[in-house]
Design a protein around this ligand. Structure first.
Ligand code: NAD
Length: 502
């Protein structure tokens, strides 16, 4: 592994780089070549505490700053983010591996949350009820929670942090980000752009690291709220540990998104949708479709169309504009995904397209795995039961719509689910019956816009509120109701009875 040009990353605490030497570092590699590109410091509890102390100090003034000032910072941040897109996309492509256009897409989706936060004044309006009793008025308001932290996954190093940061900060909180240690560099550009946009020092910090840093966040008494996005076992741990420490927690977990294809579906639309949703970002999306459930005799014609499309897909480095699918994020993840493909073959699933053994010229040390398709998959096989998070589509054949929807609903995950059909009645029934948080009708990846909230059901989300949109505003604020009476000679004197209205 070449180390000559590796960048030394730092935490970002109290408004600037924090370059104290760390006790432990992690390696960040370029996924398309396997080359070491950066070393990332792993925070200790002391490092986390320094970020928290800066956050607590800064939040007192920031939480009291006018809404105009807070949203002005968001407007300025939006412009800087827009101008830095190319720089950011190149960083994401280098460390994550996704193709540049896909990296641009995730930045745009994150930017939409910044745009939503620019209009936050509308959502922070309270309610007012005059004369709830004689001479007594009542009004409600939303106030900042205090110090919030975000712990984010490798697969969207820009979009997922931006699901959280703009809303938390515009609501008047300080925010500490613990990005994935696998592709951490983009988080430092976010920190720089927020500072340039006029955000006071300490309101936003970045601490890098692994479980040690996460545990320090989960148990720190001055952190009030934790947002997490990542795999289900870690999400469950974050929810249980954070709430046991008295914090409000939203923890979004893994997924196994199913798409049902009914016999009356437009099969070209379905095949285009399934191939795009299964192999975009090499399947490393929480909204990737990883299971196609075919109903009746639709499997053969659909698989034929899927195979035709896969044969034309260009797999290569994300920096090549001709590439449609890049590598997996790391060697360890490559080994996990190809190991699951081996397991599928051993368990008797029919591997119709085999992407193993792919070598990309000039990038022989990159973590490339070609698209794979399994047919005749059944629950109980590892390729069905486990989240693969790679370019692997499995096909399960169902005899009828009720059998198909039962399969989807029995799955422990409930992030997204889709149906392909031209029958409005079937689509409507699916919308209502399916136990998933985000539902697509002839749309394979139904990711909500920034002004709706994003989140799944069952093992795909622990907590009550989804991220961004109106739920994000609720998560990062506490409600307060004020009851007022101004001195009036008519007040009734001492009354130990329970207050009722007069
Ligand atoms: P991960 O769970 O391994 O890591 C997520 C974060 O948790 C990282 O910051 C990591 O440093 C930290 N972490 C990892 N192990 C930990 C531990 N034992 N204790 C404490 N912290 C720990 O997830 P990942 O591999 O980075 O991301 C992929 C996963 O994220 C997939 O399961 C995917 O479905 C999920 N995901 C879900 C959504 C969603 O919206 N539901 C969105 C994106 C990704």
């Amino acid at each position: 592994m070449t180390t000559a040009t590796a960048t030394q990353l730092t935490h970002w605490i109290a408004g600037g780089p924090d370059d104290r030497p760390a006790e432990r570092y992690g390696d960040v590699t370029e996924s398309a070549t396997g080359r070491l590109v950066a070393r990332v410091p792993f925070a200790t509890a002391d490092d986390v505490d320094r970020a928290v102390q800066a956050a607590v100090r800064a939040q007192r003034e920031w939480g009291a700053a006018s809404l105009t000032k807070r949203t002005q910072v968001m407007f300025a941040f939006r412009e800087r983010l827009n101008n830095a897109k190319q720089e950011l996309a190149e960083i994401v492509t280098r460390e994550h591996g996704k193709v540049l256009s896909d990296a641009m897409g995730e930045i745009t989706r994150g930017q939409e949350v910044v745009e939503f936060a620019c209009g936050l004044a509308h959502l922070l309006k309270g309610e007012n009820t005059p004369s709830v009793s004689g001479g007594v008025d009542s009004h409600s308001m939303r106030t900042p929670v205090g110090v919030a932290a975000g712990i984010t996954p490798f697969n969207f190093p820009m979009m997922v942090p931006l699901w959280m940061i703009p809303i938390a900060i515009a609501c008047g909180n300080s925010f500490i980000l613990k990005p994935s240690e696998q592709d951490p560099s983009a988080s430092l550009v976010i920190a720089r752009l927020l500072k340039e946009a006029g955000l006071p020092d300490g309101v936003f910090s970045v601490v890098h690291g692994d479980k040690e840093a996460v545990d320090a966040i989960l148990t720190h008494p001055q952190i009030d709220a934790v947002s997490f996005v990542g795999s289900t076992p870690v999400a469950k741990y974050i929810y249980e540990t954070g709430t046991a420490s008295g914090k409000r927690v939203q923890a979004l977990g893994g997924a196994k998104n199913h798409a049902i294809v009914l016999p009356d579906a437009d099969l070209d639309l379905a095949a285009d949708g399934l191939v795009s949703a299964a192999y975009g970002s090499a399947g490393q999306r929480c909204m990737a479709v990883s299971v196609a459930v075919t109903v009746g005799d639709v499997a053969e014609p659909l698989l034929g169309k899927i195979e035709e499309r896969i044969a034309k897909l260009k797999v290569g480095p994300g920096t090549d504009p001709a590439s449609e699918m890049g590598p997996l994020v790391s060697k360890a993840h490559y080994e996990k995904v190809s190991g699951l493909v081996d397991a599928g073959v051993e368990e008797g699933a029919k591997l119709r397209v085999d992407g193993r053994g792919l070598s990309v010229e000039g990038h022989e040390d990159g973590y490339f795995l070609g698209p794979c398709v399994f047919d005749e998959v059944k629950p109980g096989m590892r390729v069905y039961d486990e989240e693969i998070f790679g370019p692997v589509l499995v096909v399960v054949r169902a005899g009828s719509y009720p059998e198909a929807v039962e399969l989807v609903n029995e799955n422990p995950y409930g992030n997204g689910a889709a149906i392909f059909t031209c029958d409005g009645g079937a689509a409507r029934r699916f919308e209502q019956e399916v136990t998933a948080g985000m539902v697509g009708v002839n749309v394979p990846i139904p990711v909500p816009m920034a002004y709706h909230s994003f989140g799944g059901w069952k093992s795909s989300l622990f907590g009550d509120l989804h991220v961004h949109g109106p739920d994000g505003v609720r998560f990062y604020t506490r409600g307060k109701v004020v009851t007022t009476r101004w001195p009036d000679p008519s007040h009734a004197g001492v009354n130990l009875g329970f207050p009722t209205q007069t």
